[in-house]
Write a protein that binds this ligand. Structure first.
Ligand code: SF4
Ligand code: SF4
Length: 206
């Protein structure tokens, strides 16, 4: 059965740049890249990534759809904004990198189990539940993401830091029972649902 996403993507079949422009946050900027390489040279993680932003923008224009969507390079961006501050064409590179990561995730193309993707999902799920991130349940979810035994090992390894945070009143064990929530939790959730609906309509998915 063809999904709404597949139908929406089919119309861009032979033009990945157009697809990126229509579906990726700030994607319409990609065509402005003049391949000077300043972003690649400025990125503190550049040498450790498969593809620099400069290369990713070149690959998008060359129609290398699968290679771009499947790489984990976008997931490595730490939002340091070095590239954006230096780009002579003023491309919002950081936002495009996150937009591409989000798009590949929506299409189910992003690398499974990529650590930053896992963190982002746990953070998002935790945050929208109560309208704010609960530090304790977020930390526990991170410790136990690879199973119970590994979770206990992680907890024991980090116990010194945890106790230090509690002593400094930066971590409250009572947060396990829910902790702070925003005043209008259901209002936040409705807002997110509405934003999703608008975005899906914009992309022609509904
Ligand atoms: S610095 Fe800007 S113009 Fe230069 S390669 Fe990077 S994105 Fe393109
Ligand atoms: S914002 Fe991301 S892509 Fe840009 S220099 Fe920093 S880590 Fe690299």
């Amino acid at each position: 059965m063809t999904t709404a996403n597949q139908t929406a993507v089919a119309k861009y079949k032979n033009n990945f740049l157009k697809e990126v422009e229509a579906n990726v946050e700030e994607g319409h900027w990609v065509k402005m890249c003049m391949q000077c390489g300043v972003c690649a040279g400025s990125c503190p993680f550049g040498p450790h990534w498969e593809h620099s932003p400069q290369k990713i923008f070149m690959m998008i224009r060359a129609g290398k759809r699968e290679e771009v969507l499947k790489t984990d390079s976008m997931w490595m961006c730490t939002s340091c904004y070095n590239c954006m501050a230096r780009c002579p064409r003023k491309l919002p590179i950081t936002h495009i990198m996150h937009g591409l990561a989000n798009y590949s995730y929506r299409l189910g193309q992003s690398p499974k189990g990529q650590p930053n993707q896992v963190i982002a999902k746990i953070f998002w799920d935790n945050g929208i539940k109560n309208g704010r991130v609960n530090e304790l349940t977020f930390s526990l979810a991170m410790y136990f993401k690879d199973g119970f035994v590994q979770g206990v090992k992680n907890g024991l390894a980090m116990q010194g830091i945890g106790l230090g945070l509690m002593k400094a009143k930066r971590l409250n064990p009572m947060e396990i029972f829910g902790g702070h929530t925003c005043k209008d939790k259901s209002g936040i959730q409705k807002m997110i649902a509405k934003a999703r609906e608008i975005e899906d309509r914009r992309r022609g998915l509904t």
